[in-house]
Ligand binder design. Sequence first.
Ligand code: DAH
Length: 355
Amino acid sequence: MENFDQIESDILNKIKNVNNQSSLDSIKTEIFGKRGVITELFKKIGSLDQSKRKEYASKLNALKTKVTEILKEKFVDFGQSEINKKLKNEKIDITLPGRDYFAGKIHPVSQVIDEVTSIFAEIGFSVEEGPDVESEYYNFSALNTPENHPARDMQDTFYLNRSKDLLLRTHTSPVQIRTMLKSKPPFKIIAPGRTYRCDSDQTHSPMFHQLEGLHIDKNINMGHLKGCLYYFVKKFFEIEKVKIRFRPSHFPFTEPSAEVDIGYKIQDGQIKIGEGDKWLEILGCGMVHPNVLKNVKVNPKQYQGYAFGVGIDRLAMLKYGINDLRAFFESDIRWLEFYGFDPLDVPTNYRGLSR
Ligand code: DAH
């Protein structure tokens, strides 16, 4: 009969010395596989003499049970050490503070441009854009601005070359010219954008924003201009009644020209738009000068209309109670956190300030 004790100690020795899972797998096959040591021993049973068979079988079963158990333990050991290894390598430091979720805010200027655009869209205005770097022609000459006009002065305009034919646009009015040159009337557009002037104090910044409006068609008159601006001011400031005054003014590109003031008062330290006996200038406007129309090959006898230009930053300051224009462009995240607007899809775990 086989020396089961010897076989057992051989097998157990082998198992004991294994140091990784895949060697253990192959040892298992060496023992229990098709040609495995124990499998072979089982195959012998049938050929054994009846007298020896019982003892042989019981010893063999005991061996099988023992080896199976030891193998199992070893497998568990390896499994455990695998997990421990992972735990060690992928350690999470639960004492670290969580990372703040920071959702950006919409800048008041962007917010106001969106508001204004949708208000004008309701009454049929579409949006046009023009470049920040403009030619002298579009910015001044085509807009009927004479050679000696003070706005052309070096002190007001950022010129980009010595010949002074390239500049940073001083207003959004050149978009009127670009729009009218590229298609045929009627025109009904607004043009929001950046504008530049050599100026800096609490209410002026060298870069600021304007919104241009232009409506050209047959039989457009000042009544339309007034109606349009009333509508805009009421919608924008969200007030039913608003005091507006048209004050005669002068712009080279309009005739007649006017500046528009809105009534306001200060109540409990807060500005109230639309009522009161104080006046605040918010925009310039007028009927487009025939010379401008001629410059863009539109016949002023057939077509006429109005134009206006509003300071977007100033609208934002008035509506949202912001009193220093310069802070708009200082990129101070705390300022934006306070005065900015939540995007529409604010995540639920957002922890920033909301207004
Ligand atoms: N461009 C003028 C400015 O920057 C504003 C303005 C006035 C625009 C009258 C217009 C207008 O379109 O008709 O001060």
